[in-house]
Design a protein around this ligand. Structure first.
Ligand code: SIN
Ligand code: MN
Length: 266
């Protein structure tokens, strides 16, 4: 779906849209060549699976130039995200989840906004994420699973679990296979039954744009094929978390510079 009116209508109705690979390969393709060095870079931005050696997530890619910046800030994807947000926006969080062949673990059912509010003090879920497939995603390698329509449900009101400081271990609650704000299985089973579950599969280059309050998850990757997702979360400038939020995540996780991105022609 690429017609802007349809795209917006689908996003408002379901809380997500799947866009075939419209962003040219010249723009997202170079990321795959850069991945090995990004995954190898030690630091608090990098998280491992429970085996302690398989990389699960790398944050802070808003700090990188070249193809990272080109895709997030000046591509057809940027223009799509701007249409969904409908006002000035910036890149809030830019990460890669390289769900490794056979070793990549699940992501429990959750809403991203629960984490962003708790960690950074974000006020509204006005922050869609663009998930760009850097590999082909199939039913076997742990696709994103999305429950349509859940973006308009009331967000949970749990208290922050108290992540503080910038040491690597402190932030595992945002990214481990046991998430701090995982939704209870009983309620998600009921949601999945009544509203259905959409499994986002497709060739490399496919993009899923989903709302910050949408319930989503993914299963472990038991297949011989790695499933790498590039996940760029855009936020409205008017929704930038307030400076000085107690315990807010440092710049190696999220971008604190809410300067609006220049307009890109759709
Ligand atoms: C996420 O919820 O951040 C992504 C989950 C996944 O990589 O499957
Ligand atoms: Mn998520």
């Amino acid at each position: 779906m690429t017609d802007p009116t349809q795209l917006l209508a689908g996003y408002r109705r379901d809380g997500f849209v799947v866009v075939p690979p419209v962003t040219p390969h010249e723009i997202w393709g170079p990321l795959t060549g850069e991945l090995p060095s990004v995954l190898a870079e030690a630091g608090p931005q990098r998280f491992f699976e429970e085996d302690g050696t398989t990389v699960r997530a790398v944050y802070g890619l808003h700090r990188k130039d070249g193809p990272w910046r080109a895709l997030a800030e000046a591509s057809p994807l940027t223009a799509l995200a701007r249409q969904l947000i409908g006002e000035d926006m910036y890149v809030y969080q830019w990460k890669v989840n390289p769900k490794a062949a056979r070793l990549g673990d699940r992501w429990q059912w959750h809403r991203d906004f629960d984490f962003w509010r708790a960690a950074d003090g974000m006020r509204r879920p006005a922050a869609p994420t663009a998930a760009v497939f850097l590999d082909e995603v199939t039913e076997e390698n742990g696709p994103l699973r999305l429950i349509p329509g859940t973006h308009t449900d009331r967000p949970a009101t749990a208290e922050p679990p108290g992540g503080t400081g910038d040491e690597a271990g402190d932030w595992a609650w945002i990214t481990s296979s046991r998430l701090a704000y995982a939704l209870p299985e009983t309620s998600t089973e009921e949601l999945a039954r009544t509203r259905g579950v959409y499994e986002a599969t497709g060739p490399a280059g496919t993009v899923v744009l989903f709302h910050g309050n949408l319930v989503h998850s993914s299963a472990p990757n038991r297949s011989p094929h790695t499933r790498t997702l590039a996940l760029i979360s855009y936020n409205a400038v008017s929704n930038a978390p307030p400076a000085g939020h107690p315990g807010a995540r440092p710049d190696c996780f999220v971008n604190h510079d809410a300067k609006p991105l220049p307009a890109i022609a759709a």
